[in-house]
Design a protein around this ligand. Structure first.
Ligand SMILES: Nc1ncnc2c1ncn2[C@@H]1O[C@H](COP(=O)(O)OP(=O)(O)O)[C@@H](O)[C@H]1O
Ligand SMILES: [Mg+2]
Length: 254
């Protein structure tokens, strides 16, 4: 990997662009080359992500797993374009995200990534339907189409009958399903979920994992971040990270 990374870093701007087109044509949604995120704390350097090379293809269902402090959230923030690397390259759906300025990064994030968080992050005063419509408002979709697409997304998580309910009128599992519908409504390239069952009881957690499996089967690309082995086991590939490095990367047999 090291030689390949070095090679890519030495490519001209045009060659980097061509590399992106090639990755996209090969169905690679996520490709990092020697990715680093280093924090300076006083006179100490903390390498939260430390030379990560990863390839994730369209239609994969991958868990990023590791103990607390191993760099999962930092890596997820880089993959989700919420943060930029200290060093290295990151291609998202053929585009070189590691070189982007904040506004361009915000745009690619809205278009390509659907986020699901542990704590749902729904607007409390808005109905399920309004919550799911929100990303479509940012994307400038007209009202009628917005309603229809939000409804359809809620139908895909079996919540159409609850679409006029507010978050406090829904159970934890139903709230997370609304958040998943919101993440899907823009038809993103990847669904990125950070500890999506962390705030749920185990039965409800299992229901959410069953929903992810269904979404995977219907063609969605899923990246799941978790510190729990039995949650990670639902994915079809597990990338284990430790001290900011990939320790193991293996397929899961089901
Ligand atoms: N903003 C930050 N400033 C300094 N250090 C950080 C920051 N964010 C994370 N870290 C450090 O980077 C390492 C990885 O953290 P994190 O990505 O949150 O791990 P995980 O999500 O696996 O628990 C930890 O040592 C953490 O203390
Ligand atoms: Mg974390």
């Amino acid at each position: 990997m090291a030689t390949l990374s070095t090679a890519v870093e030495n490519l001209s701007a045009r060659e980097r662009e061509q590399r992106g087109e090639q990755l996209k044509s090969e169905g690679v949604v996520i490709r990092t080359y020697d990715l680093w995120k280093t924090y300076i704390m006083g006179d100490q350097e903390i390498h939260a992500v430390s030379g990560v090379d990863v390839v994730i293809k369209r239609g994969e269902y991958v868990a990023i797993m590791g103990p607390s402090g191993s760099g999962k959230s930092t890596l997820m923030n880089l993959i989700g374009c919420l943060d930029t690397p200290t060093k290295g390259l990151y291609y998202l759906n053929g585009k070189l995200a590691s070189e982007m300025e904040d506004d361009e990064l915000a745009r690619i994030r809205n278009k390509e990534i659907g986020f699901v968080f542990q704590t749902f992050n729904l607007l409390a005063r808005s109905s399920a339907l309004q919550n799911v419509e929100l990303p479509l408002i940012y994307a400038g979709i007209p009202t009628q189409e917005r309603r229809e697409r939000a409804r359809e997304a809620l139908r895909s998580v079996d919540l159409e009958q609850r679409m006029h309910h507010k978050p406090n009128e829904l159970s934890g599992g139903q709230r997370q399903r609304v958040a998943i519908a919101r993440a899907l409504v823009n038809r993103p390239s990847i669904l990125l979920a950070d500890e999506p069952t962390g705030a749920l009881d185990s039965t409800t957690g299992q229901e959410i994992m069953a929903l992810f499996e269904r979404l995977y089967e219907s063609g969605n690309t899923i990246v799941l971040v978790t510190h729990e082995q039995d949650i990670a086991q639902h994915a079809h590939r597990i990338i284990n990270i430790r001290d900011g490095k990939i320790e193991r990367d293996e397929a899961v047999r089901h």
